[in-house]
Design a protein around this ligand. Structure first.
Ligand code: SF4
Ligand code: SF4
Ligand code: SF4
Ligand code: FES
Length: 961
């Protein structure tokens, strides 16, 4: 029998079997015989894997198919005709004509002897062990037929090994360790952190975190890769120790960042026991970060609100009511506002945390039922310039690649993104590629981890001043054009000549030369030239960017400058290249795709396009407004002026996440009906009149679309705690307003999206089940989706170069505000922190701090841990100081994960010229040593406490009933 084995098919297969060693990507095929079965596999495949493919399961312990073969346990020994001894099958590659025997008496004896030695140094507590039933050591003892251990336990052993419980999520029990090193290799090869070592030699060799530290003290970032790799109960999730083994599993998608990792939720009834990264996950390929892997406890946190609530005004106790009463109250208020203040006086905000289907329904509600286009999204405040900038140049508002594509990249340019903190699983993949030899250029005002991490170093760190991205990107392009490094063939064949000629004249001008821009950017001309040459000369150059690009007054210009750079170097349309926006939240791409912006229907079609409008009018059976509606900042302005009175806010916390908090608070306080749909009483809900309890991603069906345009299924793990999935709540609100939306399941919503949106025409839940996930466009032209965009043309067009003149932000440091504040994220927390603050992740980051350069700190008499008052023209807050060499003098940095930090009290109303994306990344501030929090913080703490009391009162009233 010949088994022809195609590695490409295999990476897409849905088997969870561990084939022992990694797949070989070779196209050369080798034929061999294993136990009389002929098999054809790619060259470079191990004998162990070749056997496993045809279901000949050779015992193994130290091997796993996501780790390079190590060959330490010897359990996988085989006999090979013509070879001496019994070689380890995991470290032996196949050869043509090889004849392998995997079972005979000698092999069986050898394997039993090996297992006997392992077991003689292992606590015999299988029945009470947390891994009982899920332990490879136990399985292998059974597989080799071990029935007795001849050696006593009196001799030297490791049975008194200590347990390290310092990590909040997993435990390390040294007494059960078999020194297979899978954990060490997982930390190195999969995660790229190198936090674990083997200390000591021979019998004394033990696994150690860091320099004989506990896990929590070490460099461990709690990704869980070692826990997954461990074949014994040595490294085990505490939830498994506490509750036992799962009884069933469901595949779903992480609800945190834009990587969109696929997880296997291991369940015990309705309880999620653990989340294990899915090895078939096409975005994460079996890897995870601490958030998706462990920080899911928020979903069942005691703070969850599970009953609808209403109140007349925001200084009243909440009243718990039925769904019917809450929805009727909301509908009555919205109707009466529109009667009194006109059609445009209400609107809605969709969330990039919600599913595509939910987001689609909210914008449908606004357009079809509110009868205006006042819908906007939190993606406005992060990636709206990506949509605008990429559409204007590449003719599609999305990134061009798969994450996996980075494995074919030779030079990676990262600008304004911090992948190891904000997109950790992609960060690990990137580090793997860098360890293989790819070169790295980082453009960032701060020294982020990837610049200098174990076994990876950036060739160039262009440590620019905040707000000068466009000047720097133009300078890179200038060098490429000036030094004749442009890819003229690509430009000629793929790009619009008129726009190129115009751009060429613009960029060639000496004002863009690095020698002339270094004053602006702070980056030395020679270093910039060297970086430009490195990128332009790469066979494959890829650009990855994040909010450090978009959240600027010139965010859209920067995105266009990035697209220009990719086109001028011919780095578009194949594996290993491209323009890759790293999206912050899980469904930023999806919320934009689904028509969350006030001027666009799903699929980025303008509301003024008659044909498109008619299509939706026909489907929805209503007439639609052809004028764009209000963006979030316009809603706030109108609210303060008294023209905008009602807001439906689903899954988004504008009171914490939008800039200039005091302005936002004023706007929210001016409205008459704020409906918040969320799982917690978030900061926005403290200004609300109606609270509709939301469902976490574990309680609903739907889809998310990640940064690669990959649509993945979110599957319901448990019934919604409040009785309704979020999409059902929007349907019920529409009904209360007199409009029927008739869906029985989110798949029907997706069917409607597919009917109305050309790039989604081929998407359905059925196809998602078959393929695992789909990267749009998915339609008749690309029925299986589109992993790499723009391979032949730019969606029917030629690429357009855009003029990107650098215009300095009005937000400049001056005598009064001499420092520039920039903001970002940290690995353990997520966005406004509403979820991660309600998990054990708090141990890593329980407050936001101000990072400040030693010189700036010294000038101000600030010491580590001091309270520092930070004042801008928008407001004042105070944070504890962290003195940090990561910063450059004149620049300070903080995160925004805790509401009382008030990072956004300081940020201003400045925004991107094209999209109004706020300029979070540049705020001129002064920092001074203070001895207490700011006035705003004190007042907000009081307000917050009061609101909490209104919630508590509701609860006691309920009990009194
Ligand atoms: S959890 Fe991740 S980072 Fe920590 S030791 Fe294990 S593999 Fe390394
Ligand atoms: S902790 Fe687990 S994976 Fe690591 S060496 Fe010990 S048994 Fe192997
Ligand atoms: S990388 Fe992002 S999607 Fe993946 S587990 Fe972490 S937070 Fe979730
Ligand atoms: S599995 Fe091959 S030596 Fe351990």
């Amino acid at each position: 029998m010949i088994n022809f084995y195609d590695p490409k098919t295999e990476t897409r297969s849905f088997s969870t079997k561990d084939l022992g060693t990694p797949v070989s990507k070779s196209n050369v095929k080798i034929s061999l015989e294993i136990d009389g079965v002929t098999i054809v596999v790619p060259e470079g495949t191990s004998v162990l894997r070749a056997a496993a493919i045809c279901d000949i399961n050779i015992p193994k312990l130290c091997a796993s198919d996501n780790l390079a073969a190590f060959g330490s346990c010897r359990l996988c020994a085989v006999e090979i005709e013509g070879m001496r001894g019994m070689p380890a099958s995991c470290t032996t590659p196949v050869r043509a004509g090889m004849k392998v025997t995997t079972q005979n008496d000698q092999l069986a004896k050898l394997r039993r002897n090996i297992m006997e030695l392992y077991i003689s140094d292992h606590p015999l507590d299988c029945l009470t062990c947390s891994a009982n039933g899920d332990c490879e050591l136990q399985d292998m003892a059974g597989a080799v037929g071990l029935r007795q251990v001849r050696y006593g336990f009196e001799g030297k052993n490791h049975l008194d090994g200590a347990t390290d419980d310092s990590n909040p999520y997993f435990s390390f029990d040294d007494s059960k360790c078999i020194s297979c090193s899978r954990c060490v290799r997982a930390c190195e090869e999969v995660q790229g952190t190198f936090a674990l070592t083997v200390s000591g030699r021979g019998f004394d060799s033990r696994i150690s975190a860091g320099q004989q530290q506990s896990f929590i003290e070490s460099d461990c970032v709690s990704c869980g890769a070692c826990v997954q790799a461990c074949p014994t109960a040595t490294l085990t999730e505490k939830s498994i120790i506490d509750h036992g083994q799962p009884d069933h599993s469901i595949i779903t998608t992480c609800a945190y960042c834009g990587v969109g990792c696929s997880f296997r939720a291991d369940m015990q009834g309705d309880r999620v026991l653990r989340m294990v990264p899915d090895k078939n996950g096409q975005a994460n390929q079996g890897h995870s970060c601490v958030k998706g892997r462990f920080a899911f406890g928020y979903a069942t946190h005691k703070d969850r609100i599970t009953s609808p609530m209403i109140r007349d005004n925001i200084e009243q106790d909440w009243r718990e009511v039925s769904w019917e009463e809450a929805l009727a109250f909301a509908a009555k208020r919205l109707n009466s506002i529109q009667e009194q203040h006109g059609r445009n006086s209400i609107g809605a905000i969709t969330s990039s945390r919600c599913t595509n289907e939910e987001t689609y329904l909210v914008q449908k509600l606004v357009r079809a039922v509110f009868q205006n286009n006042n819908v906007d999204t939190c993606a406005r405040v992060c990636h709206s310039p990506t949509g605008y900038g990429l559409k204007a140049t590449l003719n599609e508002s999305a990134g061009t690649q798969t994450f996996e594509s980075v494995m074919a990249t030779d030079v990676v340019l990262i600008i304004g993104a911090n992948p190891t903190d904000a997109h950790p699983v992609f960060g690990s993949l990137l580090k793997r590629r860098l360890r293989q030899g790819a070169k790295l250029i980082v453009v960032d005002p701060r020294t982020i981890d990837i610049i200098d991490s174990p076994h990876t170093k950036a060739q160039h760190h262009l440590k620019l001043r905040p707000g000068t991205n466009v000047a720097l990107l133009n300078a890179l392009a200038h060098v490429i054009v000036d030094e004749g490094l442009a890819d003229n063939d690509f430009i000629k064949s793929r790009c619009d000549d008129a726009s190129f000629q115009q751009w060429y004249l613009h960029i060639k001008d000496p004002r863009h030369a690095p020698e002339n821009t270094s004053e602006i950017t702070g980056v030395a001309a020679e270093e910039l030239r060297a970086a430009a040459r490195l990128f332009a000369n790469a066979h494959n150059g890829a650009i990855y960017y994040g909010l450090g690009v978009t959240e600027h007054s010139q965010g859209s210009s920067s995105v266009m400058a990035i697209a220009n750079l990719a086109m001028v170097t011919g780095n578009i349309g194949r594996e290993g290249v491209g323009v890759n926006p790293l999206r912050g939240q899980n469904n930023v791409q999806g919320s934009c795709d689904m028509g969350s912006f006030p001027h666009e229907f799903p699929g980025y079609r303008h509301v003024s396009e008659d044909d498109t409008r008619q299509l939706f009018e026909q489907e929805w059976q209503v007439s639609l407004d052809n004028e764009p509606g209000l963006r979030i900042p316009n809603m706030f302005e109108a609210a303060i002026h008294g023209d905008f009175k009602g807001l439906y806010c689903q899954g988004e916390d504008i009171a914490q996440s939008d800039p200039n908090t005091q302005h936002v608070q004023k706007a929210l306080s001016s409205m008459h009906c704020i409906i918040v749909q969320d799982i917690f009483l978030n900061e926005t809900a403290k200004y609300a009149h109606v609270f509709l309890p939301g469902s976490s991603f574990m309680e609903k069906n739907g889809t998310f679309t990640n940064a690669e345009r990959r649509i993945s299924r979110v599957r319901k793990l448990m019934p919604p705690l409040a009785g309704k999935e979020d999409w059902q709540v929007t349907v019920a609100l529409a009904k209360a307003l007199g409009y029927e939306m008739d869906y029985q399941h989110p798949s029907e919503i997706m069917d409607e999206i597919a009917r109305l949106t050309p790039s989604f025409h081929g998407v359905s839940y059925e196809k998602l089940e078959q393929l695992g996930s789909i990267q749009w466009p998915c339609n008749d032209q690309s029925p299986l989706g589109t992993p790499i965009m723009h391979t032949k043309d730019f969606v029917g067009q030629q690429g357009k170069f855009a003029i990107t003149e650098y215009v300095a932000t009005p937000e400049r440091a001056n005598k009064r505000f001499p420092l520039l504040l920039t903001t970002g994220r940290i690995l353990s927390q997520y966005n406004v922190g509403a979820q991660t603050r309600r998990t054990e992740n708090q141990v890593w980051h329980d407050q936001d701090v101000l990072e400040i350069h030693p010189n700036d700190a010294e000038d101000r008499g600030i010491n580590e841990g001091d309270w520092v008052g930070i004042a801008s023209r928008a407001g004042t807050t105070a944070l504890r100081a962290r003195i940090s060499q990561r910063m450059q003098p004149g620049v300070v940095y903080t995160t925004f994960h805790h509401p009382l930090s008030g990072a956004n009290v300081v940020t201003t109303d400045n925004s991107d010229w094209a999209t109004n994306c706020p300029e979070y990344k540049v705020t001129a501030v002064q920092a001074v040593k203070v001895d207490q929090p700011s006035v705003w913080q004190a007042e907000y703490a009081q307000f917050s406490q009061r609101q909490q009391q209104y919630l508590t009162n509701k609860k006691s009233a309920k009990i009194a009933d």
